[in-house]
Design a protein around this ligand. Structure first.
Ligand code: SF4
Length: 801
C-alpha cells in the first residue's frame, strides 16, 4: 500500500533526511539551530487552527513549537509540525510570470508592473466589450479574514462584477444553509471545549482523527468521562474503530438512517416534548415524515443492519446531554442541506441545542472556512453575513464603501456554476486566488477545458499548483506567516496570526496585489489601506449589525481572551462561545425543523458500474495537496493515492494488495494501487483526493450538485474497479456488519424509496441495472440565469442565507 507503515518501526532512524525525499533547500536541516524569536501564531491548515510558535533565526523560520492555546492545549498533528517548511521551500514562487506567445507558450519571468498592467489592460478590454460580469474572481478560504474581505470588495467595487465565489462552496455550503435555515445563524453553536461535557456523541460522516486530529483530545476526554460514541461512516475510520457502535452506511443514503433513528426515538418516548413545543416549529411535519422509516425499511436503503440502527437511537436518545457532529461525509451530497437538517432534527427532538455539551456541531474543514464565508467573498453575501439581495444590507455596505448602491452588483454564480460559465464563454477571464480547481472540482477534465478558455487565467498562489500550471499570468502570494491578520476557526472563534518573516523574493501579500490592481483600474481611492489593521478596522465596521458581527473584536481582546467568539457586537462584549441558550436567531426566537424525504444519490450503481465510489482525506495531506505534497515527511508517508477495496471484493476480482488496478466511472478512469482493507463496505471503494493530473480522484467524481447551494456530490457515485487488463463487473454478497446491495435488495429499496419520499423519489427510484440519474450527458444546465441579467431583489422575509 502507499502509506509507509515503517515510519513507526522502532529501528527506524528518526533523523528524517528531507534531501532523501527529493526536497533539498535552504532551511530544511536547521533543526539544531537556536531561534532568536518565538512568534506566537496558529497552524495554517485545518479549521481547528491550533496555536503554535514559529521559531525564527536570522529572518528565517527554522522550526515550530506547539502553543498552549485554549482549543489545542499544546498539541499539533503531523501536518502542523511541518507546516513551517513551506516558508523557505525551494518551490516557492518568487516573481510574477506571464505566458508569452499565447496559450502554447511558456510561463516566463515578468516585473510586477508588466504583469499587473497586462492583466488590467485585458480586463478593461473584456469588460468594455462583454460587460462587467465577464471577469470573475474565484477565491479561497485559507486566507485571513482581511484578505478575504479585500478580495470580496475588490470584485464588487474595483471590477464591479457579480461573479465572485470561493472554494468553501465545495466544503461548507450545505452545512451553512442547513444551520441558517434551522437556527438563523451559520456557526457551530458551541466550542470544542464543551465536547467533554456530553454523554453521547453521534459522529456522522466525519473522519475526525485524520482530518482534525487535535480535535480528538476533546472526544477522548468525553470518552474518559463515560460518553458513548456512535460513528456513521462507510469506512471503519480510526474514530470508528474506537466507537461503541459503528454504522457502516452505504454512501449517499444517510437520511434513511437518520430518519429511522428519529422514528425510534419517538417510539421509545425519548423526545423532549416540552423543549420541542417551547422552542421549535415544524415538529408535527417531521414526526409524520419519519413514520415510514422503520429500522427495517432503513436497512434496505442504507445497508446498516436494523438492530444497529435501533441500538444507535437508544444509545444516543437516552443520553443527556448529547451531541451530533457532522462533516463532509454527509454534506458533499446532492442532498447535503437535507442531510444536515436531518442531523439537526435529531438534536432538536432531544432538546439539546443551547445546553452545555449538547446540540449539533458542524466541523468546518478549511483553516478559515468559517471566516471566509462571512466576510463578503461568497456569491450571495456581503460582509457580516449580509445578503447581497436584501436592499437595506446592500445600502449599508454601499454607504460604508462610498459607492452608490446602484453600482453594487447582485448575486453571482456559485463556484461550481462559474466553471460552466467559463466553458460557455460568458466568463472570459478569472483571477483564482489560493484555490486549486484542477484538483478540487469534480470531473476535472471539464474544468481543464473551461480554464483553458479563459484569456487571461490569472492565478495568485505561493506554489505552482495544477491550476497555476494552466495560467496566463501567475502572481506570487504569501504563506500565512509572512503577513498578519485574523482567521475564524471551526468554533466561530476569531484568532490572530502574526508575521514571522518577510515574503521571499518579490512575493506580496494577496491583499496588496488586490490594492495594486484596484489602483490600476482607477478605483484605488476605495482601497486606502496602510496595513492589515486598517483593513481589520474597516471589516469590523462592515460587519457591525450583521449576523456575523465582529465589531467588538479587537486584536488586543483576541490576545487577552485566547480568541473571541462572534457575535461580539460591542467593545465591552466578551463574545458568544455558546449560542441558542435562550433563543434562536429567527425573528420568533424558535428553531425550525424540516421534514426530510429520502432520495438516492444522483448516480447509483448499475450493471456497468456496480460499486459506490466515495472520496476523502488522509491525515498526511490537506485538501488539494498543493502545500502538503511538497513537504518531505508528509509526502513520504502518502506519496500517491490508492483505492481501498474490501478483501471479499478483491478476492472476487482477483486483485492483490499493491496491485495497480483501474477504477472507472461514467466520466473517466484512473490507474491506482489497490489497498485491500477490511474496514470498508464490500460494495464501496474509497480514493483519497489530494493529488492532481492522472492521480486525481476528481477525474472520476460526479459533477451533480445540491440544487440550492451547488455543492458537488463528491461522496457517492457509481464506479467499477478491475484488473488493468480485464473488464469484469463485480457482484457482492451480504454479511454482517454490512448489508450489501444486490438486485433483490435494490428492488426492495426502490419500493421503500418511493413509499417514503413521494413522487420525486419515485422518478429516481433504485432499480437493478444502470441508474445513472444525473450524468454530463443528461444533466440540466447548472446556470440559473444568463450573465448580464439582473435578478430582481427578493423580499427579505423568508430569505435563506
Ligand atoms: Fe494544523 Fe489542524 Fe493539525 Fe491543528 S489539527 S495542527 S490546525 S492541521
Amino acid at each position: 500500500m502507499s502509506v509507509n507503515k515503517d515510519f513507526f518501526d522502532p529501528r527506524r532512524d528518526f533523523n528524517y533526511d528531507f534531501e532523501s525525499a527529493g526536497h533539498p533547500g535552504p532551511g530544511w536541516t536547521d533543526a539544531d539551530r537556536v531561534p532568536d524569536t518565538l512568534v506566537p501564531t496558529h497552524c495554517c491548515f485545518c479549521g481547528v487552527q491550533c496555536g503554535m510558535y514559529l521559531k525564527v533565526a536570522d529572518g528565517k523560520v527554522i522550526g515550530v513549537e506547539a502553543r498552549d492555546f485554549p482549543h489545542n492545549r499544546g498539541k499539533l498533528c503531523p501536518k502542523g509540525v511541518v507546516a513551517y517548511q513551506q516558508v523557505g521551500h525551494p518551490d516557492r514562487l518568487l516573481y510574477p510570470m506571464i505566458r508569452r506567445g499565447g496559450k502554447g507558450g511558456t510561463l516566463e519571468r515578468a516585473s510586477w508592473d508588466e504583469a499587473l498592467d497586462y492583466v488590467v489592460s485585458r480586463w478593461q478590454r473584456i469588460q468594455a466589450e462583454h460587460g462587467k460580469d465577464a471577469v470573475a474572481i474565484y477565491s479561497g478560504s485559507s486566507m485571513t479574514n482581511e484578505k478575504c474581505y479585500v478580495t470580496g470588495k475588490f470584485a464588487r467595487v474595483a471590477l464591479a462584477t457579480r461573479h465572485i465565489d470561493y472554494n468553501g462552496r465545495l466544503c461548507m455550503s450545505s452545512a451553512a444553509l442547513g444551520y441558517a435555515r434551522a437556527f438563523g445563524i451559520d456557526r457551530a453553536p458551541l466550542p470544542m471545549t464543551d465536547i467533554p461535557l456530553t454523554k453521547a456523541m453521534l459522529v456522522v460522516g466525519s473522519n475526525v482523527a485524520e482530518c482534525f486530529p487535535v480535535m480528538m483530545q476533546w472526544i477522548w476526554q468525553a470518552r474518559d468521562r463515560g460518553a458513548a460514541l456512535i460513528v456513521v461512516d462507510p469506512r471503519e475510520t480510526p474514530l470508528a474503530r474506537t466507537a461503541d457502535l459503528w454504522l457502516p452506511v452505504k454512501p449517499g443514503t444517510d437520511p434513511a438512517l437518520l430518519n429511522a433513528m428519529l422514528r425510534q426515538i419517538i417510539t421509545d418516548g425519548l423526545v423532549d416534548e416540552a423543549y420541542v413545543k417551547a422552542r421549535t416549529n415544524g415538529w408535527d411535519e417531521v414526526r409524520a415524515a419519519v413514520e415510514p422509516f422503520t429500522a427495517e425499511a432503513a436497512e434496505r436503503l442504507c445497508g446498516v443492519p436494523a438492530e444497529r440502527i435501533v441500538a444507535a437511537a437508544r444509545l444516543y436518545g437516552r443520553a443527556d446531554p448529547s451531541l451530533v457532529m457532522h462533516a463532509r461525509g454527509i454534506e458533499h451530497s446532492t442532498h447535503g442541506v437535507n442531510n444536515v437538517l436531518a442531523c439537526i432534527n435529531l438534536a432538536l427532538a432531544r432538546g439539546q441545542l443551547g445546553k452545555p455539551g449538547g446540540g449539533a456541531m458542524m466541523i468546518t474543514g478549511q483553516g478559515n472556512g468559517q471566516g471566509g464565508r462571512e466576510v463578503g467573498q461568497k456569491a450571495n453575501q456581503l460582509p457580516g453575513y449580509r445578503h447581497i439581495d436584501v436592499p437595506e444590507e446592500r445600502q449599508y455596505i454601499a454607504d460604508l464603501w462610498g459607492i452608490p448602491v446602484e453600482e453594487m452588483p447582485w448575486e453571482g454564480a456559485a463556484a461550481t456554476e462559474m466553471v460552466h460559465l467559463m466553458a460557455e464563454g460568458d466568463i472570459k477571464s478569472c483571477m483564482v486566488v489560493c484555490s486549486n480547481l484542477m484538483v478540487s472540482l469534480p470531473d476535472n477534465a471539464v474544468v481543464q477545458r473551461a480554464l483553458q478558455q479563459l484569456d487571461p487565467l490569472v492565478v495568485v498562489d505561493f506554489f505552482l499548483s495544477e491550476t497555476a500550471e494552466l495560467a496566463d499570468v501567475v502572481l506570487p502570494g504569501t504563506v500565512w506567516c509572512e503577513d498578519e491578520g485574523t482567521t475564524t476557526n471551526l468554533e466561530g472563534r476569531v484568532i490572530k496570526t502574526n508575521q514571522a518573516v518577510d515574503p521571499p523574493g518579490e512575493a506580496k501579500p494577496d491583499w496588496q496585489i488586490a490594492v495594486e490592481l484596484a489602483e490600476r483600474l482607477g478605483r484605488g481611492k476605495f482601497f486606502p489601506y496602510r496595513d492589515v489593521r486598517t483593513i481589520w478596522d474597516e471589516l469590523r465596521l462592515a460587519s457591525k449589525g450583521g449576523v456575523a458581527d465582529y465589531y467588538g473584536i479587537t486584536w488586543e481582546k483576541i490576545d487577552e481572551q485566547g480568541g473571541v467568539f462572534w457575535p461580539c457586537p460591542t467593545l465591552d462584549s466578551p463574545g458568544t462561545p455558546r449560542l441558542f441558550t435562550e433563543r434562536f436567531a429567527h425573528p420568533d426566537g424558535r428553531a425550525k425543523m424540516f421534514p426530510i424525504p429520502y432520495a438516492p444519490p444522483a448516480e447509483e450503481p448499475g450493471e456497468s458500474f456496480p460499486l459506490r465510489l466515495t472520496t476523502g482525506r488522509v491525515v498526511y495531506h490537506y485538501l488539494s495537496g498543493n502545500q502538503t505534497r511538497r513537504l518531505g515527511f508528509l509526502l513520504a508517508q502518502a506519496p500517491e493515492p490508492w483505492v481501498e477495496i474490501h478483501p471479499r471484493l478483491a478476492e472476487q476480482l482477483g486483485i492483490a494488495n499493491d496491485e495497480i488496478v483501474r477504477v472507472a466511472t461514467p466520466r473517466g478512469a484512473m490507474e491506482v494501487k489497490a489497498l485491500i482493507a477490511p474496514t470498508i463496505r464490500p460494495d464501496t471503494i474509497f480514493i483519497p483526493y489530494h493529488w492532481g493530473h492522472r492521480l486525481a480522484a476528481n477525474q472520476l467524481t460526479n459533477p451533480a450538485v445540491e440544487p440550492t447551494v451547488k455543492i458537488p456530490e463528491y461522496k457517492a457515485c457509481a464506479a467499477r474497479v478491475e484488473k488493468c487488463a480485464v473488464t469484469t463487473p463485480a457482484a457482492t454478497t451480504a454479511e454482517s456488519p454490512f448489508v450489501v446491495e444486490t438486485a433483490e435488495t435494490a428492488r426492495e429499496a426502490s419500493a421503500v424509496s418511493a413509499a417514503t419520499a413521494g413522487a420525486d423519489a419515485a422518478t429516481t427510484a433504485i432499480t437493478p441495472g444502470a441508474t445513472e440519474n444525473f450524468t454530463p450527458a443528461n444533466a440540466p444546465t447548472l446556470c440559473p440565469y444568463a450573465v448580464g441579467e439582473t435578478k430582481a431583489p427578493p423580499e427579505k422575509a423568508g430569505k435563506a442565507f
